[in-house]
Design a binder for this molecule. Structure first.
Ligand SMILES: Nc1nc2c(c(=O)[nH]1)N[C@H]1C(S)=C(S)[C@@H](COP(=O)(O)O)O[C@H]1N2
Ligand SMILES: [Mo]
Length: 204
């Protein structure tokens, strides 16, 4: 698509109110990972929930794949200013997932823990949206390694750094724990419609 046509299309989607402020539409699927992709071994991979839960639990890859899933189409928005429309994901809905172990009333925040130590934080309330998934398929196929294989969180209503790739665990916490990008200058909440891109250093 040439530049003028793209401009025209962007104007149209902006007038439709579907593109958050300061974003541009892309047809590509850019990759943004800090560091290398981690190795994956289906025999040793596990997924854990811990912290303020009734029962701390652990799933193997095989067990995780047996959980009920949901398929959904949504738009995604990266803080580096690209948005992608109509992305199709399949995964375990977070609201269903937490019924498996029970969340204590003291749990106010969910911290996603990934291979190599990447973390990201959100209020439990934000995770309770019906479009939040523990996603493992994109466009009907298992995630590409670059896009977070085997599992990532998908939180469409936040900038995409809040969608944690190479996910290994969820911590339910009574206190907030700003994650990798949140302590490195990104906003603690990251709502694209409010243009919450950057936080003030050391102040959230
Ligand atoms: N584990 C992990 N998750 C991550 C990242 C990362 O570096 N490591 N980068 C984040 C950022 S900044 C973005 S914009 C999205 C990018 O996802 P994509 O590469 O599938 O487009 O993943 C997020 N999740
Ligand atoms: Mo990002």
């Amino acid at each position: 698509m040439n530049f003028l046509k793209r401009r025209e299309q962007e104007k149209q989607v902006k007038s439709e109110g579907r593109l958050p402020p300061g974003q541009s539409l892309t047809q590509k699927f850019p990759v943004l990972t800090y560091g290398p992709n981690p190795p994956f071994d289906p025999q040793t991979w596990d997924f854990r929930v811990f912290g303020e839960v009734d029962t701390e639990m652990r799933w193997t890859w095989e067990e995780f794949l047996a959980l009920p899933t949901q398929t959904q189409t949504c738009d995604i928005h990266c803080v580096t200013r690209w948005s992608k429309f109509d992305t199709v994901w399949e995964g375990v809905p977070f609201t269903e997932f937490i019924k498996l172990f029970g969340v204590k009333p003291s749990a106010q925040y969910v911290i996603a823990h990934c291979d190599y130590g990447y973390t990201t934080n959100l209020p439990l309330e934000a995770m309770m949206d019906d479009d939040v998934l523990l996603a493992y398929k994109y466009d009907g196929k298992f995630l590409e390694p670059d896009h977070g294989f085997p599992v990532r969180t998908l939180v469409p209503k936040r900038y995409f750094w809040k969608s944690a790739k190479f996910l290994r665990g969820l911590e339910f916490s009574p206190v907030d724990k700003p994650g990798f990008w949140e302590v490195n200058g990104y906003h603690n909440n990251g709502d694209p419609w409010m243009e919450e891109r950057y936080g003030r250093r050391g102040f959230f």
